[in-house]
Design a protein around this ligand. Structure first.
Ligand code: PLP
Length: 426
């Protein structure tokens, strides 16, 4: 079977079913092409992509600037490992550091690896700078978090499917309720060995749960007061998705006007992934200032592919696209319109309880029990109507299109969504 052989949807699904591990439950659609906000299935049907590969494709599918950077670099030099320098990585590190306002970037590949990296930096900082006794460092995390799927990360997940039967679990994590400052205050006051607080600025996988206004700023303040590192996992919310360059924006060097006036919530450690490459390549990274990042010394952390020349070239192009095309501003404007339009429909219907989100990271809450199949059935109907989305948890459907969408396209999508939802009215 050659790479060039054309498959029908049925054949492609059958192959994955037979030869692939069943670690996902995809919608039955087989995609073979993408451009901007659109994807096409192997039979040629065109869809609006309202998932963007879980917010990795913020810059749109196959963005020519990103693809060209990748091709050029792939034809020149792909991998050296970090045993040698390459002439691309420093340029990427400089752009990332300056864009997000930190002294240094530690490049990795996947989001989970970047979270693991942040955990390691935080623990090392606790022993070497804060003076926490050996092996006593604790990191505070939130209930219903999603930070990836490695053994350490799933150790502190309360999603039973991700967690159960993978023990023995990694120690050193204390779980508190999300969006609960008292819980954070209590845990910080009661334990001198807390090294960090790891938090998603919006809990994406949990169902686009937006915390109360001021939660992040106050959480950061509490962390500062107790000499605890505030670690933001912006793997999903970062890089313009929520209408700002970062959901924690405040004190970065971000050119977006929606950053001005927001309170300073600058994480001590910032975790990025997904859209750092525009979905073209697995690129992730951790940013921090020197007094934290200098705990990392040769041999103490690394990855063969992390910071490879292709990743660096792609990463530079991907960040340039976000800035040049004003994607944060566009996400902000379109997000306002999206929620406004759905909020006009919701009071007149009995199938959706609410819409919530920021920028172009939104979700609707379906009026049915969490274990019903209604959200899935709606996604199947949306697919028939030319729009691809997926339930996050139970009865919640996430809507996260590429940020290169224009208003006309968005309005067409709102039309498709409302028309589809109307069919499910009870
Ligand atoms: N952190 C957050 C907030 C995420 O949403 C995700 C993935 O969805 C990850 C980490 C893990 O990223 P990856 O799947 O690239 O390992």
């Amino acid at each position: 079977m050659s790479v060039l052989e054309k498959l029908t949807s049925k054949d492609a699904i059958a192959l994955e079913e037979k030869y692939g591990a069943h670690n996902y439950h995809p919608l039955p659609v087989v995609l073979s092409k993408g451009e901007g906000v659109y994807v096409w299935d192997v039979e040629g049907k065109k869809y609006y992509d309202f998932l963007s590969a879980y917010s990795a494709v913020n810059q749109g599918h196959c963005h020519p600037k990103i693809v060209n950077a990748m091709i050029r670099q792939a034809q020149t030099l792909t991998l050296t490992s970090r045993a040698f320098y390459n002439d691309m990585l420093g340029k990427f590190e400089k752009l990332a550091a300056e864009t997000f306002g930190y002294s240094k970037l530690l490049p990795m590949n996947t989001g989970a690896e970047a979270v693991e990296t942040a955990i390691k930096i935080c623990r090392k900082w606790a022993y070497e700078k804060k003076g926490v006794p050996e092996n006593q460092a604790q990191i505070v995390v939130c209930e219903n978090n999603f930070h990836g799927r490695t053994t350490t990360i799933i150790s502190f997940s309360n999603d039973s499917v991700a967690h159960n039967n993978y023990g023995p679990y990694t120690e050193g994590f204390i779980k508190i309720e999300y969006d609960n400052l008292n819980a954070l205050k209590e845990v910080l006051e009661g334990n001198k060995n807390i090294a960090g607080f790891l938090v998603e600025p919006i809990q994406g996988e949990a169902g686009v749960f937006v915390p109360s206004e001021g939660y992040l700023a106050k959480a950061k303040e509490l962390c500062k007061m107790h000499n605890v590192l505030f670690i933001a996992d912006e793997v999903q919310t970062g890089i313009a998705r929520t209408g700002k360059l970062l959901a924690t924006c405040g004190n970065c060097n971000c050119p977006e006007k929606h950053c001005s006036g927001t309170p300073e919530v600058k994480p001590d450690i910032l975790i990025l992934g997904k859209a750092l490459s525009g979905g073209a390549y697995p690129i992730s990274g951790v940013l921090a200032n020197d007094e934290i990042m200098d705990v990392i010394t040769p041999g103490s952390h690394g990855s063969t592919f992390g910071g490879n020349p292709v990743a660096a070239a792609v990463g530079i192009a991907a960040l340039e696209v976000v800035k040049d095309e004003g994607l944060a501003e566009n996400a902000f404007q379109l997000g306002e319109i999206f929620r406004e339009e759905l909020n006009k429909f919701i009071p007149k219907c009995n199938i959706v309880n609410a819409v919530r989100g920021k920028g172009l990271l939104n979700a609707i809450l379906i009026n049915d029990s969490e274990d019903s199949s209604t959200a899935w059935d709606i996604c199947m109907a949306l697919k028939e109507n030319g729009l691809l989305a997926k339930p996050t948890h139970g009865n919640i459907i996430r809507f996260a299109p590429p940020l290169v969408m224009n208003k006309e396209q968005l309005m067409e999508c709102v039309g498709i969504i409302i028309k589809t939802l109307k069919k499910f009215e009870k």
